[in-house]
Structures are given as structure tokens and as C-alpha cells.
Design a binder for this molecule. Sequence first.
Ligand code: NAD
Length: 364
Amino acid sequence: MSDTTPILVTGGAGFIGARLARRLARLGHPVTVFDTFSEQVHGNGSAARTGVAVDGINVIQGDVRDGDLIERALRASRARVVIHLAAETGTGQSHTEPAHYVDVNVTGTARLVEAIREVGGIRRVILSGTRAVYGEGACVDRAGLRVAAVARREADLAIGDYAPKDKVGRSLRPVATASDTPAAPTSVYASTKLMQEYLLTQGLWGSETHVGLMRLQNVYGPGQTLNNPYTGVLSVFARKIADGEKLEVFEDGAITRDFVYVDDAVEAFVSMVQTPIVTAQPIDIGSGKGATLLEVAKKLLETMDADPDALRVTGAFRPGDIRHALADISAAKAVLGWHPNVALDSGLIRFAEWAIAAPRTAVA
Ligand SMILES: NC(=O)c1ccc[n+]([C@@H]2O[C@H](COP(=O)([O-])OP(=O)(O)OC[C@H]3O[C@@H](n4cnc5c(N)ncnc54)[C@H](O)[C@@H]3O)[C@@H](O)[C@H]2O)c1
């Protein structure tokens, strides 16, 4: 795609979307942001509007479930590329509000598919998917052989046995997860995100619109909403530190996540726009390094100059949570020529500096 290809970004006022929209506009793309300015994410939305009120970005307030409105937005924007980020994103919240998550994430994506087919001329749609679709992810047994992990059982978790297991209950060792790992979502959120992948690939099969799928690990950095209690462990931690509350670290603190800095994630999307061909083979985007939640909690307390003991390992667990997440990013390197640039320590400093100064609804 050339630098002047018009792009429509659904969810383009959000944490990743706003930064991506601004980056694409700076590259010269005419960008249209299509976003409902969800109150849970944006409060009254004024900071989010300011965040995308820059030259080269046109903002349309709308809901992806409104097919007529998306059609009009696609026509008005003359988009040739769509990047689909609009979604409800809370794993825990999806457990208590499954119908709403299906409505926004699944029905919303179906409406987008219909609109793309109806309007025509869209050459590429890129989905901001998630590693959550893997569930526990790639694991090996004692002999080092790949074995599928099943969803962890409540009875095991309740007695502090947190390890991923195979279907006969043997403990497994997690390894880096690549897209040849079968999907096995363990939460409603993850199931809806997998359904988005299916809807786009199946719904646009045989059409002029090629589908690119990305599966992001935990994205963090400036601009991550601090007022949405349902998403982003680092923003939840940052909010608690700013409020002088103790951090609650789930399970035994050894849950592992692969934290990828937002600008690195944004560059991965830019690579997906620029790469000559996309295939429906999902591309994993992460730092390629795991960090335990206890480790990042301690680092964030230190970086935000807070009491280093202001945390509690609770032993609590959440439905749908998985134990270890670590991306195999070799496909992203090989296919997109992409690699992460920001190490966790320096990313946390940038995030902390922003979080200390940021009003709750700010967009970086
Ligand atoms: N942040 C992460 O760590 C992460 C990891 C994996 C995948 N993702 C995916 O990336 C995307 C963006 O995530 P984010 O962290 O920027 O989230 P975010 O909540 O900051 O952004 C989502 C945006 O979508 C908008 N939105 C919500 N419902 C909408 C609707 N019905 N119609 C139109 N817009 C709507 C919200 O107003 C918000 O601006 C999501 O699809 C998410 O599943 C994020």
C-alpha cells in the first residue's frame, strides 16, 4: 500500500487505535477514526477526541453494530484498508456480560464484513486479534513433547495448584506460542476474538478484500485507559499506586505475561499495512520475553517511587485467566521484518511518567 492509501480505523480513539491513527496520519495516510467513544474507556470522551484531533484524521462517532453507519463511513472515507480494533476488551467482564461481548465483538464484526462487501474497493482488512485465543498456549510435557493444555480446573486453582495441565491432569511446561498452536480460548472475551478471526476470513473469502490477522500479547504504555477497571493489568496497577492503594497480585505472583510496548505494537500494524501481501496466517506480536506479575508489580512500584512493599500476593484467581503468555515472534520477524524495540524496563519508565501526570481519561 502506498503512503496515501486511505485507512479507516475502527476503535481508533482507543489506547492502541489513537496512537496508530496518529502514526498513519504522520506517514501521509488520510485516516478516518470510527469509534463509539465508550464511556467505560473514555469517560466523557473529551480527552479521546483531543487525542485524535490532528491533521489528517477525520473522526466519525459511531457503533460497529450499526451497519448503515459503517457503510456510510467506508464510503465517505474512501478507505482501501480497514484496521479493526473496536471491541470490548475485558476478560473478567466478559464472564459477567457475555451477551454484550458477543454483540459488540461478534455482531459488530459481522456488520463490518457486510459493509465491506456492500461498499467494495477495500483491499485489506487487518484485525487486532489477541493471543488469548490460544488459551494456555503452547506447552511441553516432561519429555519435551508438545501437548495441548486444557483450561485450568477451578478445583486445582482453589488449592493453589496453578500449573497448566493436559487433559489427564499432568502438569505441563509452557513454551513460546506460535500460530501453529491450536486455538483453545478459555474466556468469553477470547472466544469472541477468535470468532472475529473466523468471521473476517470466512465472510470475506473469495472477495477482493484480503484479511490480515494479528494476535497481540499484553500491550502497555502511555495512553492506556486508567479509568477502565476491567482491562490492562499495568494500568490497574498504576491507578492503584496513584491512589495509594496496595497492589493485588493474583495467584502466587508467578503468572507470566509478555508485555509489548504500544509503539512496537503500532509499528507492527504499520508493517501489516505496508507488506505487499497478507495471508490469513495469524502473526504473533509480543516482546518475545516473559515477565511475572510479581516482577512487574515491583518494578512499577519502584518506577513510580512508591512504597516497595505496597503489594499483596492474594492467591485469588479469575475465571478465564491463563497462567503463562509468551509469544514466538519469529513469523513477525520473517514475514513483516518487524521486531520489538522497547525493553520492558524503559517502557515501564515511559508508562510510569505518563501515568503519574495523566488525568484518568487522558490519551497520550
Ligand atoms: N491492549 C491490549 O493489550 C490488547 C491485546 C490484544 C488484543 N487487543 C485488541 O486490540 C484492540 C484495541 O484494544 P485497546 O487496548 O486499544 O482497547 P481500548 O478499549 O482502549 O480501545 C477500544 C476502542 O473501541 C471503541 N469501541 C468499543 N465498542 C465499540 C463499538 N461498539 N463501536 C465502535 N467503537 C467501539 C472504544 O470506544 C475504544 O476507543 C481490541 O480489539 C483488543 O481486543 C488489545
